[in-house]
Write a protein that binds this ligand. Structure first.
Ligand code: TYD
Length: 178
């Protein structure tokens, strides 16, 4: 059985990942590939529980290193329970956010040292790296406006100031360039 392909979508708030993920999934289904569509933080029962903690802001007082460790704990569960079994059975996986989000949000914007994140990534993600990552770019003012127009309560990261979101954007553009 050939391993499935692993595709991730990345970007700041309101960059339009969800509609593009929907469109890609429809195009794949039209050519006979039924992808597993999933998201981070989340995508497995354990990771969804950690999502509540992270996006609700309960983990914020512990600081950005602890938050990064919790994102990786969620990623570990998601990989073990959802992503690796799907890829091993030949399914394609399309994931809304992955390691690049930790690099941008906790790393560039939150100040966690890149060597810490690289170490976590080596342990948790190991060989299960994406085959393709699509990074969507939008000016933060515009993205935050779009995110607010969705009418959902503002989460822990949306609530950060414009400077945070500018640093995020710079990092995503740097990752894309590399
Ligand atoms: P979500 O509601 O999925 O936001 P979006 O629609 O913007 O993707 O919330 C995910 C939030 O978690 C988002 O603000 C980015 C943040 N995040 C991190 O800070 N680090 C991470 O490693 C991941 C996966 C997400």
């Amino acid at each position: 059985m050939q391993r499935g392909r692993f595709i991730t979508f990345e970007g700041g708030e309101g960059a339009g990942k969800s509609p593009q993920i929907r469109r890609l999934s429809e195009r794949l289904r039209a050519i006979g590939i039924d992808p597993v569509v999933t998201r981070e933080p989340g995508g497995s029962p354990g990771a969804e529980a950690l999502r509540e903690l992270l996006l609700g802001g309960a983990a914020k007082p512990f600081g950005p290193v602890a938050e990064a460790a919790l994102f990786y704990a969620a990623r570990d569960d998601h990989l073990e329970e959802t992503i690796r079994p799907a890829l091993a059975s030949g399914r394609w996986v399309v994931c809304d956010r992955f390691s690049d989000s930790t690099r941008a949000y906790q790393g560039a914007a939150g100040g966690v040292d890149d060597t810490v994140l690289r170490a976590l990534d080596r342990i948790v993600v190991a060989k299960t790296r994406p085959d393709l990552t699509i990074i969507l770019d939008v000016p933060p003012e515009e993205g935050l406006k779009r995110a607010q127009a969705r009418g959902r309560p503002t989460d822990r990261f949306e609530a950060e100031g414009l400077a945070f979101h500018e640093r995020l954007r710079e990092k995503f553009l740097a990752i894309a360039a590399r």
